[in-house]
Design a binder for this molecule. Structure first.
Ligand code: PEP
Ligand code: MG
Length: 755
């Protein structure tokens, strides 16, 4: 029987000797290929290393022509070697030349070899090269040989990562691992940040790859698995998500995988090839990651993610590291890199040192994105495999404005971004100068500008912008960042602190807007086909009055002796408003009965964000103390276009005739009833859109703090009389062109309004 000479354990021990020998990197590689070929009874063993341009260069060979070393290069995806690199899967063939991907390179002299086994050199799921063995005779390699070659490839990956092969890169070129990468993701938080990578969950560095005693390693692996299972069981039993921030569902999935025989068998097999238990976990994890990166089915991808997380836990258990986040020390300019991250974890870092955040997951409406925006940290999400591509200490640039990242940028790219950051800083400075000037249009019309907030950390923006108040305080954020349901006392203390920070400026507290995409980790999740149209916000509040009552109570107590403003989200009918108002009034009456100090004045408003309310405008304007338009939801429901779904979210322009007419109807009806109305959705924070809203008759806006300067600069240059005339005409004479955006832009240019 053919097979490894002396078994894989012997090979690994020899490999370790070669790795430790005091020779040049080339000499070491040359010795390695001889050793591998000899041990696997192959006539050829070759190493191809991935270069920065995606090509694979022959770095060493035993068996092929030596002259081809550092000469033969396969383009990305070319030949069998290119195929292995792009698929990140082993390829074993008894007749390589008949494979359609085979690419013949005369300089190598490989035509005499028929059978072929190639495996990717993987680290953290990223391909770093390809390791190949070949034989003259036509034969099939057995599983043990494939396994051994993969294990050998892992050791090579560590050698490449340790920088051993840097000096061998062709002049003016570099190996793939160090290459600059331009990553594209989604915008989470605006701004440009330059700095150095800090991994939120640093890779567990494995110092010992090769086992002295495989039987002992199997025992270590099994003990660690048992320990991990117990730890997960305990977490589930305690219902304690506080420490890990993990969702119960995730823990249940962990438990399932922790008992998955296939996964455990894979790791045991790898230990048997001669690796230590931790190296075996790492190898299987790397394979999982490689699969994950090539998986398009979101369900399977998610499961692979879970498996990856679980492997991390196991690694930490094996290496005696505490589970949970062990923060690296932050450098002055830190760019935080994570697969995903809870908002509370971000708040744990020293804000003063953070320049940016890069996530592999996390959409624009994720909680972490909201917190990053509140903290003013430029952030980009959905950057594929960021945690494997970026190494701790790498120079990284986050462009939250474009939703892009630059990893290990070239000097010219870095300079361009430095310019961009400087330009932004200059603009911010200009906006800051507007701070003490009134929010009044060129023709003397006063506009009320407020900011949106949701956390105590937002409150500094009130002074920075000199906003008139908080037009929307999203109370759900406290619930979303908490690890348990905030008690009434905790809520009261937050609202009290917010009012104190506002120093007499008005704050509009919105009652819980949870459900839909806003999920609370400690609350049982209700599976719904259409969560945006499902059981959310005031619907939950009315069905579970205890929750709503508790929150109202906390608000009323916090506002004792002051003016208080409360607003109800997602109200679809006047009846819903009246039912909620009944609860509020009952709470007030109870306070009076108990002789508790109550707010001096209470205004109860309503969000206009469900289109049905547009047909009860007269009634709702009569009943509510104020209206606030949630354009984010109003547009999604008006156009039946999911705001979370990027395929459709930008399909309908809020500056189209239909939307503008709807918005005009609201402002006119509110005006007739004498009910104050403002806009608190994103539309009111974009200069051109806000200009259009002013043209429709709106005079009050609440927006993110970052939008404040640009909107104020716009309105101070605005001649409202002219704008109104032209907009009335545009809306009346619409010729079927669905959006007025270009006409409005042209008008802004004509009126010299910066938008
Ligand atoms: C809106 O819908 O426009 C709004 C302001 O509320 P949220 O974005 O929190 O749903
Ligand atoms: Mg809304």
């Amino acid at each position: 029987m053919r097979g490894a000479l002396g078994g894989p354990g012997v090979l690994l021990r020899r490999l370790r000797e070669v790795m430790a020998a005091p020779v040049s990197p080339q000499e070491r590689l040359d010795r390695l290929v001889v050793l591998i070929a000899g041990n696997l009874v192959a006539e050829v063993c070759s190493v191809y290393v991935l270069l920065e341009d995606g090509s694979l260069e022959l770095y060493a060979t035993e068996g092929l022509n030596r002259e081809a070393v550092h000469l033969t290069r396969m383009r990305a995806g070319e030949g069998l070697v290119g195929l292995i690199a792009s698929e990140a899967e082993p390829v074993a063939l008894s007749d390589a030349q008949s494979h359609p991907a085979f690419s013949y390179r005369p300089e190598t002299g490989e035509e005499i070899y028929h059978s072929f086994l190639g495996v990717p050199i993987l680290r953290g799921g990223a391909v770093m090269g390809v390791l190949v063995i070949q034989n003259r005779a036509s034969r099939l390699y057995n599983e043990e040989e494939v396994e051994t070659l993969q294990t050998t490839a892992m050791i090579m990956a560590e050698m490449i990562a340790a920088g051993g092969l840097k000096s061998l890169a062709p002049p003016g070129s570099m190996i793939g691992l160090d290459r600059p990468i331009h990553g594209v993701g989604v915008k989470l938080a605006d701004g440009v940040g330059l700095g150095y990578a800090v991994l939120h969950e640093p890779r567990v560095a494995i110092t010992n790859l090769i086992a002295e005693n495989p039987a002992r390693e199997v025992k270590r692996l099994e003990a660690a698995i048992a320990e991990m299972r117990t730890a997960i069981d305990e977490l589930i039993e305690r219902g304690d998500v506080a420490h890990t921030g993990e969702h119960r569902d995730v823990l249940e999935t962990f438990r399932m995988f922790a008992h998955d025989q296939g996964w455990l068998r894979r790791m045991r097999e790898v230990v048997m090839t001669g690796l230590t238990a931790e190296a075996a976990v790492e190898r299987v994890q790397s394979d999982t990651r490689a699969k994950m990166l090539r998986q398009t089915d979101p369900y399977l991808r998610e499961r692979l993610h879970d498996l990856d997380d679980l492997a991390n836990r196991l690694l930490r258990t094996l290496m005696g590291k505490a589970n949970g986040v062990a923060h690296e020390k932050l450098p002055e300019n830190a760019i935080l890199i994570a697969r995903s991250m809870g908002p509370a974890a971000l708040l744990d870092y020293d804000r003063a040192r953070l320049r940016g955040l890069i996530l592999e997951e996390g959409g624009p409406t994720s909680h972490i994105a909201i917190v990053a925006r509140a903290l003013g940290i430029p952030a980009v999400g959905e950057v594929v495999n960021a945690t494997a591509l970026i190494q701790s200490g790498d120079a990284v640039i986050v462009d939250g404005q474009a939703g892009e990242v630059q990893i290990r940028p070239q000097p010219d790219v870095e300079n361009a971004y430095k310019d961009k950051a400087r330009l932004r800083a200059r603009k911010q400075e200009q906006y800051r100068k507007l701070k003490d000037l009134p929010a009044v249009t060129k023709d003397g019309l006063e506009i009320n500008l407020q900011i949106n907030a949701g956390l105590l950390v937002d409150m500094h923006s009130l002074d920075e912008t000199a906003a008139a108040g908080i037009g929307l305080f999203r109370t759900e954020l406290q619930f979303m960042v908490a690890q348990h349901m905030p008690t009434t006392t905790e809520q009261q203390s937050l609202y009290g602190a917010v009012l104190k920070a506002a120093q007499g400026r008005p704050v509009v507290f919105r009652t819980l807007d949870i459900g839909g995409d806003k999920v609370l980790p400690y609350m049982e999740r209700v599976e719904e086909e259409n969560p945006a149209l499902g059981w959310r916000a005031i619907r939950i509040g009315l069905d579970k009055p205890r929750l709503l009552r508790g929150q109202i109570r906390a608000m009323l107590r916090a506002g004792a002796g002051q003016d208080m403003r409360i607003m109800l989200p997602m109200v679809a009918t006047v009846d819903e408003f009246l039912r909620a108002r009944f609860i509020v009034r009952r709470e007030l009456a109870m306070m009076e009965k108990q002789e508790r100090p109550a707010p001096t004045n209470l205004e109860l408003g309503v969000m206009v964000e469900v289109p049905s309310l547009l047909f009860e405008l007269a009634e709702i304007s009569r009943e509510a103390d104020f209206l606030s338009i949630g354009t984010n939801d109003l547009m999604q429901f008006l156009f039946a276009a999911d705001r979370e779904n990027r395929r459709v979210s930008e399909r309908f322009d809020p500056l189209c005739v239909a939307a503008l007419r709807a918005l005009r109807t609201i402002v006119e009806a509110a005006g007739e009833a004498g009910c104050p109305v403002s806009v608190c959705g994103e539309m009111g924070g974009k200069p051109l859109e806000t200009m259009a809203l002013i043209g429709l008759g709106y005079r009050s806006f609440s927006m993110s703090a970052a939008s404040f300067g640009p909107v104020k600069a716009m309105l101070r240059a605005l001649d409202v009389r002219k704008l109104r005339e032209r907009m009335d005409w545009m809306l009346a004479s619409s010729d079927g062109a669905s959006s007025l955006r270009s006409q409005l832009s042209a008008l802004a240019t004509e009126l010299k309004v910066p938008v």
